[in-house]
Design a binder for this molecule. Sequence first.
Ligand code: HEM
Ligand SMILES: *[C@@H]1O[C@H](CO)[C@@H](O)[C@H](O)[C@H]1NC(C)=O
Ligand SMILES: *[C@@H]1O[C@H](CO)[C@@H](O)[C@H](O)[C@H]1NC(C)=O
Length: 348
Amino acid sequence: MASSKALLGAIFIASFYFPASIAFPAHHEGAHPVGHSPKPKLGLSPDFYISTCPQADEIVVSVLKKAIAKEQRIAASLLRLLFHDCFVQGCDASVLLDDSKADASEKNAIPNKNSLRGFEVIDEIKAALEEACPHTVSCADTVALAARGSTVLSGGPYWELPLGRRDSKTAYMKLANKNLPPPNATLHRLIKFFERQGLDKVDLVALSGSHTIGMARCVSFKQRLYNQHRDNKPDMTLEKRFYYTLASVCPRTGGDNNISPLDFVSPSKFDNSYYKLILEGKGLLNSDQVLWTGKDQKIADLVRSYAENESLFFEHYVNSIIKMGNRNPLLGHDGEIRKNCRRVNQVL
Ligand code: HEM
Ligand SMILES: *[C@@H]1O[C@H](CO)[C@@H](O)[C@H](O)[C@H]1NC(C)=O
Ligand SMILES: *[C@@H]1O[C@H](CO)[C@@H](O)[C@H](O)[C@H]1NC(C)=O
């Protein structure tokens, strides 16, 4: 009796699950394979979309190519998006949510406002992904794929990118103000900001190398030019000619939105010139220059090694950006796969 009940139960379960897995193919199964799989997949994996959207990366890269052809800087902006997503409650696309009745957008947090860019390109990538593979690729993975693609298309290293992040249902505006380091931070504080994310000194130095591409606004480095230590004097670690160049772009008053390259030698090429410039006193942000002048031997040694050995920089960069990208993802049934990256899905 007992065994025939168990058999009936098994038939019932099978008839429930198998049609369901046909009706809702693969994307529901990614993180929690239904029924017969011996080992549920719980973490992120580079193969996450292999059966549900094998062309995901190709789609991302093709949109990126067009966007970068139109404006080279967009590669930098998209790389930065991953950082600003991951440092705020993990890599969950919380940064992409617009203001809503429920939530204050992270886009209006101080480090992001009038600064963070690339949202339209993310929309375009996500629309192309939705068309090819409806309700499958998360916005959080879209940001991660866009960051990797942008790095590669800028001449930087490729990495095997773990995937399977899901999207948060809320934004964390206050946490964005708290967790994202300001450009005038001391080295001691930068280390603390990274430690809070489980990232170490190697990660700090390697990931700061992202500033090998992109631009910063005058307001982000002005303090260095005119009032570094509340003494109405420039930062004495600034190389002299570099100081005059910057001062011509960034006057004492006004011009806050004028922009300057973070790596003026090769602002669109992902290479190690960022570190070479730092050795010469030509780092743009205080947070860049203090890696060399901040009196931390281990950190200064890393700056010098990356300046001398680009392969070493790339090797460490790949390790560190994977580490950052794996920060606190939403997995399994947590979060959702947003349809539109700017808002949470409607509850029907
Ligand atoms: C170490 C601490 C960091 C600080 C204090 C910092 C700060 C900044 C600031 C102030 C800007 C210019 C924003 C503006 O003026 O509008 C900027 C730009 C940028 N940051 Fe960072 N950042 C840091 C680390 C990172 C990391 C870890 C990444 C990527 C993994 C990154 C990627 C970028 C990129 C690519 C740009 C150029 C963006 C563009 O041109 O649109 N930064 N950063
Ligand atoms: C950094 O800039 C902010 C805003 O301008 C200012 O309040 C803060 O005191 C500065 N920090 C340092 C270490 O200079
Ligand atoms: C540069 O770094 C790479 C990668 O770690 C290493 O294999 C190579 O030996 C280094 N080259 C020099 C000249 O030190």
